[in-house]
Design a protein around this ligand. Structure first.
Ligand SMILES: C[S@@+](CC[C@H](N)C(=O)[O-])C[C@H]1O[C@@H](n2cnc3c(N)ncnc32)[C@H](O)[C@@H]1O
Length: 431
């Protein structure tokens, strides 16, 4: 008997044992459901935890998490009568919402300590987008179970480039809503690429694999085996500014000092806004300084997020820096307090030619002004900002901006602009 026939005959996808002893025999046996749940590395006591069950179907995993004390939200793209019946019979408080996967970010459900994404990934045309959505909604751990194409042989080719099959119509199981079949390593790679800090393979069983995707690094070691890296700077890899947009494909660059002769990606434990972020790339920058790139983790709240760094076997360094996510840039009034040659400090005069730059001092720049969103203009030309200081006690910042080759000599108007607001212009003699 095939899946659809057996399902139609039974009428239930999940099996249940109700408090009065009534048993409902569904396609998935109770022992099997319990075994699956027991493998999840989540606390037995879920009191105080919020759980999201995506694609709940009859709802066994939702009701089980509720039985363990969680506040549960279950979603499905269709209303399942069995779920509603069970909800009534169990007097369950699970919040049941009919939503499509892709509607989740806008659904206003909040974030969840634990997310179940069970048996649904291969039904989705956009699996990586779906995993990014899952990651953005998860604050601790997501459990992802999916159909995989190599449950028994994945270890034979674990070092090869991961692969995924794509089913345009009914190639998999004669079902139109089966879109993809990842290899085990592809499933794990996609979960990491979606933004999780650590992805742990729980099992491969039958045609499926289960993984636990953690948003935090493993605990800091009790004893440090080496000194912590010293975090020196953090910037948006595209703009070199401090601002990031959660909707864009943006990456974080970090510069840090380390006494190590060699540093590998796998050693780095960056934390942004409390989420662990794996390194994508690391290279030596200059004597003792290293540069590493990281993904902006999904799910950061808009505003400032703290950034800190450690090695797998070190404590965190003393420095915590920060980056701004989707923080509006607000400026009332800008005052240009001075502008001069940045190399010899000659007032109102700047030397053109190799390495020439202007230093200027501005009051009124917002907290999240940066090298990308603050413009220094000489005449009509926007100069490249190389340095923007923190504000002093009077709120004044120094900006250094480079004169491009071929800058015309003679008097030129210099001004600074941020968020559409400009300082008054000062005349600088380009000599
Ligand atoms: C194979 S069942 C998995 C049921 C349960 N999570 C489990 O693992 O036992 C897939 C579930 O995902 C739901 N589903 C499929 N595509 C969906 C989508 N785009 N958005 C939300 N739910 C979806 C289906 O309605 C169904 O309830």
């Amino acid at each position: 008997m095939d899946f659809s026939q057996e399902l139609a005959e039974k009428g239930w996808y999940h099996s249940f044992e109700l408090p009065d002893g009534t048993r409902i025999e569904g396609f998935n046996k109770l022992d099997w459901l319990r075994k699956r749940y027991q493998r999840f590395p989540i606390p037995a006591d879920l009191a105080g935890k919020r759980v999201l069950d995506i694609g709940a179907w009859d709802g066994w995993f939702s009701f089980e998490a509720e039985r363990h004390g969680a506040e549960v939200t279950a979603i499905d793209c269709v209303e399942v009568a069995n779920f509603l019946e069970l909800q009534k019979r169990l007097a369950s408080r699970v919040s049941y919402r009919i939503l499509d996967f892709y509607e989740l970010p806008e659904a206003g459900l909040g974030v969840f300590d634990i997310v179940f994404c069970l048996g649904i990934l291969y039904h989705l045309k956009h699996p990586l987008l779906a995993l990014e959505i899952v990651c953005g909604l998860t604050t601790e751990t997501a459990i992802v179970e999916s159909f995989v194409i190599d449950p028994d042989t994945w270890q034979d080719h674990r070092d090869e480039v991961p692969t995924m099959e794509f089913y345009e119509t009914d190639e998999l199981g004669n079902q139109l809503d089966n879109w993809i079949g990842p290899s085990v390593s592809c499933l794990m790679a996609m979960c990491r690429a979606a933004g999780f800090a650590r992805v742990e393979l729980l099992h491969t069983t039958g045609m499926h694999a289960g993984v636990a995707c953690h948003r935090q690094w493993e605990p800091v070691p009790a004893e440090a085996a080496r000194p912590a890296p010293e975090l020196l700077a953090v910037a948006n890899n595209r703009t070199l500014g401090v601002n990031f947009s959660a909707r864009k494909e943006e990456y974080i660059s970090c510069w840090f000092r380390a006494a190590e002769p060699a540093v590998t990606r796998g050693q780095l434990r960056l934390e942004v806004g409390g989420f662990g972020v794996p390194a994508l790339y690391v290279r030596p920058a200059e004597s003792g300084v290293w540069m590493a790139n990281f993904r902006l983790p999904p799910g950061l709240r808009s505003g400032w997020s703290p950034v800190r760094l450690r090695f797998a076997d070190s404590l965190f360094g003393d420095t915590t820096l920060r980056l701004a996510v989707d923080l509006p840039l607000r400026v009332d009034r800008l005052i240009l307090n001075g502008a001069c040659d940045g190399t010899n400090w000659n007032d109102r005069e700047v030397k053109a030619g190799d390495g020439g730059f202007i230093s200027c001092w501005v009051i009124g720049l917002p907290e999240n002004c940066d090298r990308a969103n603050t413009g220094v203009y000489l005449g009509e030309t926007r100069l490249r900002v190389e340095y923007l200081s923190e504000p002093d006690a009077e709120g004044m910042r120094q900006i250094n901006a480079v004169l491009p080759a071929g800058t015309c000599k003679g008097p030129q108007a210099c001004r600074v602009e941020c968020a559409g607001v400009s300082t008054e212009a000062r005349t600088l003699q380009v000599v």
